[in-house]
Design a protein around this ligand. Structure first.
Ligand code: PLP
Length: 477
C-alpha cells in the first residue's frame, strides 16, 4: 500500500479537533477530576499489536473519546488541588499547536534560529518579571529534575576544574551535598545520576517553619571537611513539596560563599510567585546563588514541559556539557548560542513559543492576578479551617498550599492516620475534588493546593463543604 499524505484531510480534521478542545475546556467540570478507573482497565481495551493497515481518523478519534478520555485525570479541572499544579492556558495551547505543526528540532541556533533567539529573550523576560538578577543566563529544560542534575554536574566539574568529565570520579574522593530534610526527591535522584552517591547527601535539620537551619548546614560542612570529604553542592528550596517551606537564602548563601560550594535553588513551584513583588523576600541573598530553577509549567499558565533554569556563569554550564562531533558543527560556531550545550539532551522542542504567547497574552499584570488569586484562595480556606475545632492546620502556609488533617478528638495517632487516609480516598472518589497526602512530623496529612486556571471562589467554597461533609460523616461511622 502506498504511503498516505494526510495533509489533504488535515484542515477539516483539525477544525473538528479544535471544536472538541474548546468544548472540553468549557465543560471541564463535567468530568471527574481524578480518573475513576482501575489498573489495567484502559490497557484491556487496547489491541495488543499495531494495525497492519491504516485506520480512519474518525475511528481513532472515537477511540480517543471512548477509551482514553475516561482514563485521564483532568489537571486543568477547577477541583484539581493535588500535588502541585501543572497548569496550562488557551494561549499556551495555541502556541503548542503551532510548535507541533512546525515540528522543529531546535538543538542548535542553525536548526531554527528563531527558536534559539526567542528562548534567550523569553528567559530574560522571565528573569526580569521574577526579580532575578541581571547577568543570570536562562534556558528551558524539560523538568526541574533535569535542571537539578545539570546543577550537580556543573558543581562537580567546577570543583575539579572540568577534569572529571574525562577522568570519571574514581580518583576524586567523596563528594558531599547538602539540602534540607524537606528537599524534593529529585535531589537524591540527581545526586545518584551525577555519580556523587545519594548516601553523600546530608539532610540538614529544619526549624519550626520546616526551613533549613543554616547553623546546622555549616556544622555538617565543617565535619565533612574534617573527615576529608569534598563539599560540592548545596540545594536550597523555595516552596518545599510537602509543606511549602522557604529555606533562608542569605545565610545559606553566605556559608556557600565562605566554603566555595555551588548553591542551587529549587523553586520548582514557588518560583512563579516571584512575579509578585511582595514575595521577592524569598530571594533575599540571590547574589550568592549559582543556579536557580522554577517551572512555569507548574504555576505560570505555560503547559508542561517548561522549566526555566538559570545559571550565573554560563561558561561553567557550557564547559560541563559541550561536546562537538563533526556532524554537529555549524558555520556560526560559538558566535551564537547552541542550547544543545546547555543540558543533557541534544534534541530540543521549541518550547519558548508558548512562553511568548503566555507572557504577551496575559502580561505581567495578568500573571500576577493569577498567582494572587490562588494565594488568596488558600489563605481564605485556612481562615475557615481555623474556625473549626475538629480540623488542624499542621504547617505555615505562606503561598497556596495548605496542609491539614481532620482530628475529631479522642483518637490515637495511628487511628488519626487511618481516618485521614480514608478521608482522602472518599474526597477523591467524589470526582469533584482531588487532593494528595504527605507526612508532617510523622503525621499523615492532606495537602490542598490551589492552582488550576479555572478555579473560582465557588470551587473553594464547594471544596471546603465537601471536605467537612466527608470528614464528619466518617467520624460518625
Ligand atoms: N522540586 C520541587 C520542590 C517539586 O515540588 C518538584 C515536583 O513537584 C520537583 C522539584 C520536580 O519537578 P519536575 O517534575 O519538574 O522534575
Amino acid at each position: 500500500m502506498a504511503f498516505k499524505d494526510f495533509r489533504k484531510d488535515f484542515r477539516a480534521q483539525a477544525h473538528k479537533f479544535v471544536d472538541w478542545m474548546a468544548d472540553y475546556l468549557e465543560n471541564i467540570e463535567a468530568y471527574p477530576v481524578k480518573a475513576p478507573v482501575k489498573p489495567g482497565e484502559i490497557a484491556a481495551k487496547l489491541p495488543s499489536a499495531a494495525p497492519e493497515t491504516g485506520e480512519a481518523m474518525e475511528d481513532i478519534f472515537r477511540d480517543f473519546q471512548d477509551i482514553i478520555l475516561p482514563g485521564m485525570t483532568h489537571w486543568q479541572h477547577p477541583g484539581f488541588m493535588a500535588y502541585f499544579p501543572a497548569n496550562a492556558s488557551p494561549p499556551s495551547v495555541l502556541a503548542e499547536m503551532l510548535t507541533a505543526t512546525l515540528a522543529a528540532q531546535c538543538m542548535s541556533w542553525q536548526t531554527s534560529p528563531a527558536a534559539t533567539e526567542l528562548e534567550t529573550r523569553m528567559l530574560d523576560w522571565l528573569r526580569q518579571i521574577t526579580g532575578l538578577p541581571d547577568g543570570f543566563h536562562g534556558s528551558i529544560q524539560d523538568t526541574a529534575s533535569s535542571a537539578m542534575l545539570s546543577a550537580f554536574l556543573c558543581a562537580r566539574e567546577r570543583l575539579h576544574n572540568f577534569t572529571t568529565n574525562h577522568t570519571g570520579l574514581s580518583v576524586t574522593g567523596q563528594h558531599t551535598c547538602y539540602a534540607s530534610a524537606e528537599v524534593h526527591s529529585s535531589t537524591d535522584k540527581g545526586i545518584r545520576i551525577a555519580g556523587l552517591g545519594s548516601g553523600n547527601l546530608r539532610k540538614i535539620s529544619v526549624d519550626e517553619t520546616f526551613a533549613m537551619i543554616p547553623e546546622e548546614l555549616e556544622h555538617a560542612i565543617e565535619s565533612d571537611l574534617n573527615a576529608g570529604c569534598l563539599p560540592t553542592c548545596v540545594v536550597a528550596t523555595l516552596g518545599s513539596t510537602s509543606v511549602s517551606a522557604i529555606d533562608p537564602l542569605r545565610p545559606i548563601g553566605e556559608i556557600c560563599h565562605k566554603y566555595g560550594i555551588w548553591l542551587h535553588v529549587d523553586a520548582a513551584w514557588a518560583g512563579s510567585a516571584l512575579v509578585l513583588p511582595e514575595y521577592r523576600w524569598m530571594i533575599d541573598g540571590i547574589e550568592f546563588v549559582d543556579s536557580f530553577v522554577f517551572n512555569p509549567h507548574k504555576w505560570l499558565l505555560t503547559q508542561f514541559d517548561c522549566s526555566a533554569f538559570y545559571v550565573r556563569d554560563r561558561e561553567t554550564l557550557v564547559r560541563t556539557f559541550e561536546i562537538l562531533p563533526e556532524y554537529l558543527k555549524t558555520r556560526e560556531g560559538d558566535q551564537v548560542i547552541n542550547y544543545r550545550d546547555w543540558g543533557v539532551p541534544l534534541g530540543r522542542r521549541f518550547r519558548a513559543l508558548k512562553l511568548w504567547f503566555v507572557l504577551r497574552a496575559y502580561g505581567v499584570e495578568g500573571l500576577q492576578a493569577h498567582i494572587r488569586r490562588h494565594i488568596d484562595f488558600c489563605q481564605q480556606l485556612a481562615q475557615k479551617m481555623k474556625q473549626e475545632k475538629d480540623f488542624e492546620i499542621v504547617a505555615p502556609h505562606p503561598l497556596a498550599l495548605l496542609c491539614f488533617r481532620y482530628n475529631p478528638g479522642g483518637l490515637t495517632d495511628e487511628a488519626l492516620d487511618r481516618l485521614n487516609a480514608q478521608l482522602l480516598e472518599d474526597i477523591n472518589d467524589s470526582g469533584q475534588l482531588y487532593l494528595t497526602q504527605t507526612r508532617v512530623q510523622g503525621r499523615y496529612v492532606l495537602r490542598f493546593v490551589s492552582g488550576s486556571p479555572y478555579t473560582e471562589q465557588r470551587h473553594i467554597d464547594d471544596s471546603w463543604r465537601l471536605i467537612q461533609e466527608k470528614a464528619r460523616f466518617l467520624s460518625k461511622m
